[in-house]
Design a protein around this ligand. Structure first.
Ligand SMILES: Nc1nc2c(ncn2[C@@H]2O[C@H](COP(=O)(O)OP(=O)(O)OP(=O)(O)O)[C@@H](O)[C@H]2O)c(=O)[nH]1
Length: 350
């Protein structure tokens, strides 16, 4: 491993756990200047690249998709590009890869630990896994990738403890400690944690993990070799995520009435919160100059936030990204259209 290799942090955690919130806070710290960021989102069209506040030439978007070979190819290409820029004198002191919330982290770890040309310039430093105190317990029960994310972590960060009673937080922390006894467990409310969470973590040591966890990246290498051998490498591996999960983005040219949108979302969260893995919106609301960001995570509808301005270079259409389990797109489109039409016929209150 060359002494000058650039440390890479993998930032993971289930949908809506608070990864982008933490990243935005960390990227403001002077200690983390010269950090490049790779963002991978699930679905055809994501919004994270618009919600990460520092968007510059060192922020790279990976093609949306599950973590099959296609996305791994993107990671390789993106890291090659960063290595070339570092060699040409650009100060890149660290890389953070924000994975999709549905990502099984093993393919990324395997790529980072075993790809010879990456090892010349980069070293896997730390896997930081965020767990949401509101949904964490249910998510660990239902989603095997969330268990993997927590089990491979070097550091665990529990978020949203401000929304949950202390005994439930303590029970979830006990579960996480049992799942990954070696990883220090921190808490962060709205991304409030210092840069040391990244700076003092690495290097990643698979030998320190439970034996079956340490074996995951190798199992991954074997599976990849098989897939290539079988010529499957351009297909999504549906086992990487549940085939019942789908993602899509709806966009709207005209400003939306907050009233109709909010009543529809409240209804959806109340009746189908189980199906609503994630909703993210960047919205142009009628009567508002600033864009409004909206987040729902399963049964939790977070307080909408205003951004200071529209992201540079992007039009002002509203976009709503959905990640749903067992809820057809048509049901969502029809319900939303009906609520919007009803609200447009009525006076809009902001
Ligand atoms: N109350 C509270 N809300 C939080 C906390 N951390 C994050 N949130 C909110 O949770 C919502 C989702 O946060 P994000 O940072 O977008 O989550 P993410 O993990 O990047 O989401 P995906 O990229 O979809 O997986 C936002 O509305 C945040 O403001 C926290 O500690 N407390």
């Amino acid at each position: 491993m060359p002494a000058a290799s650039i440390p890479v942090t993998v930032l993971t955690g289930f949908l809506g756990a608070g990864k982008t919130t933490l990243l935005n806070q960390l990227l403001r710290c002077p200690e983390l200047r010269d950090t490049a960021v790779l963002i991978n989102e699930f679905g055809e069209e994501g919004l994270d690249h618009l919600l990460v506040e520092r968007l510059d030439e060192d922020t790279v978007l990976l093609n949306a998709g599950c973590l099959c070979c296609t996305v791994r190819g993107d990671i390789l290409r993106a890291l090659d590009g960063l290595a070339a820029r570092a060699a040409a004198g650009r100060p890149i002191r660290r890389v953070v890869i924000e994975t999709t919330g549905l990502a099984d982290p093993a393919p990324i770890l395997q790529t980072l630990m075993a790809e010879p040309r990456l090892l010349r310039s980069f070293r896997l430093d730390c896997v930081l896994t965020m767990v949401d105190a509101v949904n964490g317990d249910a998510t660990l029960d239902a989603q095997p990738e969330a268990v993997k994310q927590a089990a491979v972590a070097d550091r665990l960060v529990l978020t949203k403890a401000d929304l949950v009673a202390a005994p439930a937080v303590a029970a979830l922390e006990a579960r996480l400690r049992a799942l990954n006894p070696g990883a220090p467990l921190h808490r962060a409310v709205l991304g409030g944690i210092g840069p040391d969470i990244l700076l003092s973590a690495g290097p990643y040591d698979p030998a320190a993990k439970a034996p079956e966890v340490a074996a995951w990246p190798d199992a991954e290498a074997w599976a990849t070799a098989q897939a290539h051998h079988l010529g499957h490498h351009h297909h999504h591996d549906i086992n990487r995520h549940d085939a019942r999960i789908q993602s899509f983005c709806l966009s709207f040219d005209e400003p939306l009435p907050l009233e109709g949108l909010a009543s529809w979302l409240e209804m959806l969260v109340a009746t189908r919160g189980d199906a609503l893995l994630r909703v993210k919106g960047l919205l142009n609301l009628a009567g508002e100059d600033q864009p409004v960001v909206l987040h729902a995570v399963q049964h939790v509808f977070h307080l909408p936030a205003r951004l200071a301005a529209w992201p540079a270079g992007h039009d002002r259409r509203s976009r709503l990204v959905f990640i749903l389990r067992d809820l057809p797109r048509q049901v969502v489109e029809d319900g939303l259209a009906a609520f919007i039409a009803a609200a447009r016929g009525a006076p809009v209150a902001i």
